[in-house]
Write a protein that binds this ligand. Structure first.
Ligand SMILES: Nc1nc2c(ncn2[C@@H]2O[C@H](COP(=O)(O)OP(=O)(O)O[C@H]3O[C@H](CO)[C@@H](O)[C@H](O)[C@@H]3O)[C@@H](O)[C@H]2O)c(=O)[nH]1
Ligand SMILES: [Mg+2]
Length: 196
């Protein structure tokens, strides 16, 4: 662990989330100490899940508009992603996930398995993502999903053959990191067969 001292936080923006400028004394390996400054965007942690069906070799994904993608890559604002959500205060990653699965894609799932933990952009975001996998079947379907009107969500639910989803990574149609990671996790661990 690096020798970090005299840490101070300055709030640059506090709206939906908090952007801090954090100043700190950093000791380099040669012993020099320098005061450094980094901006950190804090919107809490998040959770995401790949829902998969072994018999059908299918996965459930979502499609929604993402302003940061549109801002960076005009005409490419739509994003295909695994079901995911921000973890509320006093909520566990698991309970967040069960709630989000129902809200976004309309399934009532009881068992989810932890797959990976990941910082998606550790140079700027404090967010740690808890990544899960879970089996689904038609018996678990309880509503259309689509997200919450109260949060202005408009989420299209996609059920795709696993092999098609993997091909969408190759074709750069799926460009969301957590989604790529979970689909490749499923492939590496043979959770599903790559059949049409
Ligand atoms: N008004 C307002 N709404 C916001 C803002 N930022 C996000 N929202 C809305 O707040 C809701 C949060 O929905 P969640 O399902 O809880 O989160 P998410 O946006 O899907 O986030 C998931 O994916 C992100 C991208 O990979 C992850 O960063 C995040 O941890 C989580 O996994 C969404 O409707 C989103 O549009 C904002 O600045 N202002
Ligand atoms: Mg979401």
């Amino acid at each position: 662990m690096q020798n970090i001292k005299n840490i101070t936080h300055n709030i640059l923006s506090k709206a939906w989330a908090t952007l801090h400028r954090i100043d700190y004394d950093f000791q380099f390996k040669d012993g020099r100490i320098k005061r450094l400054s980094r901006e950190c965007y804090n919107r809490g942690d998040g959770a995401a899940v790949l829902l998969y069906n072994i018999e059908k070799s299918t996965v459930i994904l979502t499609k929604q508009f993402r302003m940061p993608i549109y801002e960076n890559d005009i005409n490419k604002g739509m994003s295909i992603e695994v079901c995911a959500g921000a973890i509320d205060k006093n909520e566990s990653p698991e309970s967040t996930m069960l709630r989000e699965i129902e809200e976004e894609v309309g399934y009532n799932i009881e068992n989810i398995q932890s797959a990976l933990n990941a910082y998606m952009s550790p140079g700027a975001l404090t967010e740690k993502l808890y990544l899960f996998v879970a089996e689904y079947s038609e018996d678990n379907k309880i509503s259309e999903g689509g997200g919450l009107d109260s949060e202005d969500e408009e989420i299209e639910v996609l059920e795709l053959p696993f092999i098609i989803a993997l091909d969408m990574i190759k074709k750069k149609i799926i460009i969301d990191a957590k989604t790529i990671m979970l689909l490749q996790y499923a492939q590496i661990n043979n959770l599903l067969q790559c059949k049409n």
